[in-house]
Ligand binder design. Structure first.
Ligand code: PLP
Length: 371
């Protein structure tokens, strides 16, 4: 889907907030004696913030980037990004040629996968790999010391580069420590038994950097924290302030007064109980502004206004305190006057996590950038 810059429903991404967040996390880790390379997670279009702009804005501060699949890695290379790129998921074995050609580091998720890429008969010498160890996330990775060492042996045999080993925490954003500690001890156990330590050992996402900074090793895979939102969704208190980089605005482009008994939107789910001012706003579920936003609020003139009637594909209606002219700003995410709507507020309303809200905002929403 093409972005729609001519529709006045832009997201604004504050690149200076993104830099601020990275520097803030870096300085707090440094104050605790940790000096990792930062390889921020810019997968899923940098969590909806726009991958190329974000990657370029922080290029001088990072050692590399983490992405989710080969196409995301290629997008960065085509944009002229020369830093390291690690693909966090396993890729289809047939596509390893790209990794070699474009100097992209792959995750080796199992011995089976490694054997498969060797068996394709393709060139694998020089291929850079980070071995994934599954310490308890249950998603990808070798699960035993034996498998891990067999993978390292196979890499050595075939001239592949064993460049890193990593694991991923399932509960770094939770109050309870038990599973986190079990994962740490399993990872430490495998590290103490591997035949050779690679250049990079890493395990920490944003939550681990924020609340378990003693675990930070050679690389910090900062995601949520880079964009300034709380990876715990409010269940833990942020140890220091981060700046949300994403805001979303629109405009009233139609406004009217309706009489008692008039209905609004598909299904006629809203019935005016007296004379009511209604504004129409150009955003809908095709933008990722989903139908369950009905009943939530937006800000107009600094005041909360309820979304009434069903959210349609491209438009929705809001209840106003008076008639407003065409072009009146509507804040969907961000500050207006004394009030603010955060991604966390929306996540709570939709009974999900802030990550999902941002990732689901579609490409149709035009992204503007503040430096
Ligand atoms: C997405 C991801 C990260 C970043 O996670 P945040 O919670 O956004 O910091 C780090 N590591 C892996 C393996 C990931 O998939």
């Amino acid at each position: 889907m093409k972005p729609s810059p001519h529709r006045h429903t832009p997201a604004t991404i504050d690149l200076s907030a993104i830099r601020y967040n990275l520097i803030t996390v870096r300085d707090h880790l440094a104050a605790h004696g940790k000096f990792p390379e930062f390889w921020p997670a810019v997968k899923a279009n940098a969590y909806g913030h726009g991958v190329v702009k974000v990657a370029k804005a922080i290029e001088d501060l990072v050692g590399g980037y983490c992405v989710s699949n080969l196409d995301e890695a290629i997008e960065l290379r085509e944009a002229g990004i020369g830093k390291e790129i690690l693909i966090l998921s396993g890729i289809v074995p047939d596509n390893v040629d790209y990794a070699l050609k474009l100097n992209i580091t792959l995750t080796a998720p199992s011995l089976e996968w490694l054997k498969l890429i060797v068996s394709t008969g393709r060139e694998v010498a020089g291929l850079k790999l980070h071995l994934k160890f599954d310490s308890g996330m249950g998603r990808l990775g070798a699960r035993t010391v034996e498998e891990t060492n067999a993978m390292i042996d196979l890499m050595d045999e075939c001239g592949m580069e064993f460049n890193g080993i990593f694991t991923h925490f399932a509960t770094a954003d939770e109050v309870s420590q038990e599973i986190f500690d079990r994962q740490v001890s399993r990872f430490n156990n495998v590290l103490s038994k591997i035949i050779r330590r690679p250049k990079y050992v890493h395990s920490t996402n944003s939550a681990a950097a924020l609340w378990h900074d003693n675990q930070v090793q050679d690389i910090e895979r900062l995601g949520a924290g880079l964009y300034g939102f709380d990876p715990s969704n409010g269940s833990l208190k942020l140890p220091y302030e981060l700046k949300p980089a994403f805001s979303l605005k629109s405009e009233i482009y139609h406004c009217k007064e309706v009489e008692a008994g008039e209905t609004i939107g598909y299904g006629a789910t809203f019935v005016a109980d007296g004379p009511t001012f209604i504004g129409t706003v150009p955003i809908g579920y095709a933008d990722g502004w989903t139908r369950d936003m009905q009943g939530f609020s937006v800000l107009v003139d600094g005041k909360f206004c309820e979304i009434v009637g069903r959210v349609a594909m491209d438009q929705m209606m809001i209840k106003l305190d008076k008639i407003y002219p065409i072009g009146t700003p509507v804040t969907l995410i961000g500050q207006d006057g004394d009030n603010v709507i955060t991604v966390d507020n929306i996540a709570k309303w939709r009974q999900t996590i802030n990550y999902e809200i941002l990732c689901l905002l579609s490409d149709r929403i035009y992204r503007k950038y503040l430096d």
